[in-house]
Design a protein around this ligand. Structure first.
Ligand code: GLN
Length: 266
């Protein structure tokens, strides 16, 4: 078969399965297997493709037709310009979450702390938040002592690999929220915050394949914010404070929870 024939067949399979941006997906998987990007494809499309790779390509396409996220199939995902390993043990880093990291980095730069910041990234998953913070602070000339924590041992294994690959040395702590954590100048957390009932209604890429424990925030999605609000004060040293990602419609509810727990300047 020629490259063109293989490409077209893959594209049809993804289109039939109702995959969004089937073209872009084929192109990424094609590049992974054959090492040919879209521009080179045009030059080589009528050539015979190496037959030994056809099965590999087909298997990847088949995984995608079952709505497995492209990032799990490729095994990596970009976040803050760095490359993170991902697999079904961890939530796929979202671009929205870069806002959490950027906001924190901007605040630190503005405050110009003189001491080494002790920071925790709770519910770290792939480690994308804490590791990017460490790398970002290093780029800006600040040292930090980072703790990455998660209740999932499996997730921490992924975070550890990412830290090694990206050249940072955080502490890794298995902990159900604050349970085994100390005190920090800053705590960042992107907790699970999808209301329980909604978890099954998300797109299949998310609801069938991403770890439920990383998504499900309890009946109203706010369970983890309640726990954080109740316990965070005992784990904070004077410094930047608490940085949370929340759902697009949760600002009022989370602000109230924090206010009632005694937080100010929310
Ligand atoms: N901290 C990770 C992220 O932001 C994982 C978050 C989670 O599992 N809820 O992607």
């Amino acid at each position: 078969m020629t490259y063109q024939e293989i490409w077209t067949k893959g594209l049809k399979m993804l289109q039939n399965a109702g995959i969004d941006d089937a073209e872009g997906n084929v192109s990424r998987l094609f590049k992974r297997v054959y090492g040919i990007d879209a521009a080179h494809f045009i030059m080589h499309r009528d050539e015979e493709a190496p037959p030994e790779k056809q099965l590999e390509f087909r298997l990847l396409i088949e995984r995608r037709t079952k709505h497995e996220p492209l990032q799990y199939i490729l095994g990596n995902c970009g976040f803050m310009g760095w490359d993170f390993l991902v697999d079904p043990r961890v939530l796929i880093p979202r671009q929205d979450t870069e806002t959490l990291v950027e906001t924190f980095l901007d605040d630190v730069v503005r405050a110009r702390p003189r001491e080494t910041l002790k920071i925790a990234d709770m519910c770290t998953g792939s480690g994308c938040v804490g590791i990017s913070v460490q790398l970002g602070l290093r780029q800006r000339g600040y040292d930090s002592q980072m703790t990455l924590s998660d209740i999932s041992v499996e997730a921490l294994a992924v975070a550890r690999k990412n830290a090694e690959r990206l050249g940072v040395k955080p502490w890794l702590v298995i902990s159900d929220m604050f349970r085994h954590l100390g005190r920090y100048h800053a705590i960042l957390c992107n907790p699970p915050y999808i209301p329980h009932e909604e978890c099954d209604r998300l797109m299949p890429e998310v609801s069938w394949h991403e770890p439920r424990a990383a998504l499900d925030g309890g009946p109203d999605g706010l369970d983890f914010y309640r726990r954080i609000a109740a316990e965070a004060i005992d784990h904070l040293l004077p410094g930047p404070g608490l940085y949370l990602e929340i759902g697009y419609d949760q600002a009022k509810a989370v602000a109230t929870i924090l206010h009632d727990a005694g937080f100010t300047r929310i």
